[in-house]
Design a protein around this ligand. Structure first.
Ligand code: PLP
Length: 358
């Protein structure tokens, strides 16, 4: 049997050797029938992954680039950013850098965004928001937000505001229902729940998002959502993509959708969360609110210094994630996402049990 994976960083995550091998296939031109066939296969599987009958496309960029693109395509003036950690904060930094008027609705790190606080904020507002940003899974704290409820509240209280969702560390590990939840833009880079090497981002966008983009004359060229839509309709992309990633994505999506199956994959992630929390409780406090604890990543505040734990685990061959942002020194993170088998998680937790209590 092959050696079990020992890489537990919350993105990039461990990539199966057969997926890495896809990236070494010979080049094809991106204006060829072979590429169109590759693209078609990818789109066929993005439909169930995002659970949408609408448009999907792939952009050669990390997730941050597409967060910026979502704002540039969808926001003229003002945006509300919900903040519960470092990555939801990133929406705020990008929006500010683009010169938008930005409001924030914030909770303490470790908590999920409170739906009623969002309702109160939108009810009491005196301004119009072009969009509201949500972060489905906050990777810095290991918290999953209730995007279904939050999006519903935006639609009820502020029907003209678009809902822009970062699903970077949820897609492929936690259910996402773009149509049922009425998400206008939903994006995910692929190095987390989809377990691919970093470098591309998958996107689902609603007709409302495209209508808004049409009214944004200076939305740039590279990240123009309308160009991606036009080209996707022709089973193509606007500029030269990372073709090795397209090969890997096509195989990985086939394996996820037709091999393991989405429901089984989500269940494996829930089990990995529950096992991680149960097996670390003797020597570390779960830093996130348990009710919203993420199926893909756990931030843990151990009794022993986190850096010591990580370096001792490293000496045993296991790579764990460091704490992030203001939790850098007090926590470490375990990425239990992507293609990690449960037995690999358990083998790592056996070692962690010894290291953390020594
Ligand atoms: N959003 C979340 C929730 C993330 O975890 C990350 C990366 O860790 C990002 C956004 C940024 O994505 P990328 O590193 O692909 O730009």
């Amino acid at each position: 049997m092959n050696e079990l994976p020992k890489f537990f960083v919350p993105g990039p995550t461990w990539v199966r050797p057969e997926i890495l091998a896809e990236m070494t296939r010979p080049m094809i031109g991106h204006r060829t029938s072979e590429f169109r066939e590759l693209f078609r296969g990818i789109q066929r599987n993005l439909t169930p992954l995002f659970d949408t009958a609408g448009d999907t496309f792939v952009i050669t960029s990390s997730g941050t680039g597409v967060m910026q693109a979502a704002l540039e395509n969808c926001v003229a003036r003002r945006v509300l950013v919900t903040v519960c950690g470092a990555f939801s904060e990133r929406w705020f930094a990008i929006a500010q850098s683009l010169g938008y008027e930005v409001d924030r609705l914030e909770v303490e790190w470790g908590q999920a965004i409170d739906p009623e606080a969002l309702r109160d904020h939108l009810e009491g507002r005196r301004v119009h928001y072009d969009a509201v940003t949500l972060t489905h899974n906050e990777t810095s704290t290991g918290v999953t937000n209730d995007v279904e409820t939050l999006a519903r509240i935006v639609h009820e209280e502020s029907p003209d505001s678009l809902v822009l969702v970062d699903a970077v560390s949820s897609l492929g590990g936690i259910p996402v229902h773009v149509d049922a939840w009425q998400l206008d833009v939903c994006l995910a880079s692929v190095q987390k729940g989809l377990a691919l090497p970093p470098g591309i981002t998958v996107v689902a966008a609603s007709p409302r998002a495209f209508d808004r983009a049409k009214k944004r004359p200076y939305r740039g060229v590279y990240f123009d959502f309308l160009a991606y839509k036009t080209k996707a309709d022709e089973e193509s992309v606007p500029s030269t993509p990372s073709i090795p990633h397209f090969y890997a994505l096509a195989k990985q999506l086939d394996d996820i959708v037709s091999g393991e199956g989405l429901e089984a994959r989500f269940e494996r992630h829930r089990q990995m969360r529950d096992i991680t929390i149960a097996r670390t409780s003797r020597f570390a406090r779960l830093a996130a609110d348990r009710e919203h604890a993420s199926p893909t990543v756990s931030a843990l505040a151990p009794v022993k210094p986190p850096d010591e734990i990580r370096s001792q685990m490293k000496a045993r061959g296991f790579t764990l994630g460091g704490g992030y942002g203001k939790w850098k020194d007090s926590t470490f993170r375990i990425g239990h996402m992507g293609d990690i088998p449960i037995e690999a998680l358990n083998a790592m937790l056996d070692a962690l049990d010894e290291v953390a209590q020594a």
